[in-house]
Design a protein around this ligand. Structure first.
Ligand code: FES
Ligand code: FES
Length: 214
């Protein structure tokens, strides 16, 4: 499979941009929804078979700690690839336009929305889904969500756990404001966020009292 023509994996800055755009878009979407009611997602799924036949692209990457090589299409959305091709349904499908965070995964350690990722962008990358999120910190985050009741329907929870684990990796004892910023790209329709912030607080190293919102 020729690799020379494959688009290059974006640099770290580009990945952070994806998250920043997601967070900003989430806030903007919330405002639009409040002002004019629910919006219809309009981003189409990229065409899977471009003319049919065998998948033209070989994606080699590390998935949940395992080296994987799979045939696919370069523009195949990673959300679809994970859920439909690989059966990793812990990654949730919701808005599909980068505004809710339900589809969050870790790409080289950074949380990104898999609905905005194409397969070619993961070439050579290290990708972790909720199924593969392990370690002492992740265990603490999951336990804290259970202990604080940081979910109701649970649809946002995998994405939340991914984002909170990443937050605590970079900042073991975040403030309320830092937590709000880190979770700006994760939408929860059920909890009102209070129990989620308590879960973050419980899972943080300080385990102290998180300052209330302004
Ligand atoms: S499904 Fe909503 S951000 Fe990806
Ligand atoms: S618990 Fe239902 S959307 Fe968050």
């Amino acid at each position: 499979m020729p690799d020379n023509d494959s688009p290059k994996y974006p640099e770290g800055e580009a990945k952070l941009e994806i998250k920043r755009h997601s967070a900003a878009a989430s806030i903007q979407d919330e405002r639009i929804a409040e002002e004019s009611g629910p919006q219809e997602p309009s981003m189409p799924e990229p065409v899977k078979e471009e003319g049919g036949g065998e998948p033209p692209f070989e994606l080699t990457f590390r998935l949940n700690g395992e080296e994987r090589t799979i045939g696919t299409w370069p523009a195949r959305r990673m959300l679809t690839l994970l859920r439909e091709d690989l059966g990793l349904t812990g990654t949730k499908r919701s808005c599909e336009i980068g505004r809710c965070g339900a589809c969050m995964v870790l790409l080289d350690g950074e949380p990104v929305n898999s609905c905005l990722l194409s397969a070619y962008q993961c070439s050579g990358a290290d990708l972790v889904t909720i199924e593969g999120l392990q370690g002492e910190r992740a265990g603490r985050v999951k336990a804290a969500f259970l202990q604080e009741g940081g979910f109701q329907c649970g649809y946002c929870t995998p994405g939340m756990v991914i984002s909170v684990s990443s937050l605590l990796e970079h900042n073991p004892c975040p403030s309320r404001l830092e937590t709000e910023e880190a979770l700006a790209g994760n939408i929860c329709r059920c909890t009102g966020y209070g129990s989620i912030f308590r879960a973050v607080c419980r899972a943080s190293e300080g385990q102290g009292e998180m300052p209330p919102a302004e």
